[in-house]
Design a protein around this ligand. Structure first.
Ligand code: PLP
Ligand code: SF4
Length: 226
């Protein structure tokens, strides 16, 4: 939707993505619509970025209206780090936009550490689920930031206090300038084993790697999958 993010994470695998050549313009809508209608198995649309919540409510409303006009679409997913860093962005207008949509809305936020989730942020996240918006979290495993089982366990419990379900725990993508966040696979295995043993299953995020071109995230755990 946009090339802008509220945080420019140093480990972001999209930092070299040519956003300027890939931003949907108003006149692209017809092509998008034609593509979706030619693929009737598509039932979910993901708004991604950059960060779609850096757009105005007016722009989001326009895209919501367009996408919900397609009968085959049931689910709209929004991937955003904005609720974590600018919780005020979850304003009444945005909530009303999302809760009044015909589409089932899934918001995937991105928090790596319980310290990012203060009471105000949690209250905003709770407001979303109060209005039947499903909120999930993805995190990135980062050396020196959240590379201990206890930190990840605390994160899961803190998310759950805000009724956010842990979704993915990503291992680091190999991007330039982020090697200092990288962990040995044996260390990752040890941490994740501890997380599995100490959390209820429903609070354990799936440990995955993103491999370009694959149809799904690759689940990791146990030496053979690294
Ligand atoms: C991960 C990912 C998705 C969504 O995949 P899910 O496993 O369904 O969450 C979509 N697009 C891109 C580019 C992705 O990396
Ligand atoms: S918020 Fe997400 S897309 Fe934006 S810089 Fe961070 S990891 Fe990349």
């Amino acid at each position: 939707m946009t090339g802008a993010c509220a945080v420019h994470c140093r480990y972001c695998f999209r930092r070299h993505f040519p956003y300027q050549e890939n931003l949907p313009k108003n006149e692209d809508w017809l092509n998008i619509k034609n593509y979706i209608e030619a693929n009737p198995n598509i039932n979910e649309i993901i708004l991604s970025g950059g960060d779609p919540l850096t757009l105005s409510n007016r722009k989001l409303a326009l895209w919501l209206e367009r996408l919900s006009s397609l009968k085959q679409i049931q689910i709209l997913r929004i991937h955003s780090r904005v609720p974590i860093v600018i919780p005020n962005r979850i304003d009444e207008q945005l909530i009303s936009l999302l809760k009044n949509s015909r589409l089932r809305i899934v918001l995937v936020v991105h928090s790596n550490h319980a310290s990012e989730l203060d009471d105000f942020t949690c209250s905003k996240l709770l407001q979303l689920s109060d209005h039947h918006i499903t909120v999930l979290n993805q995190a990135v495993l980062l050396k020196g930031v959240n590379d201990s089982a206890q930190t990840l366990i605390d994160l899961s419990y803190r998310l759950f206090e805000a009724r956010v379900m842990p979704y993915y725990l990503h291992v680091l993508d190999k991007v330039k300038g982020a090697q200092h966040f990288d962990l040995e696979s044996s260390k990752i295995d040890d941490i994740y084993r501890d997380v599995l043993a100490n959390l209820p299953g429903y609070l354990v995020p799936k440990l995955v790697r993103e491999i370009a071109g694959e149809k799904n995230k690759t689940p990791l755990f146990g030496a053979t999958t690294f």
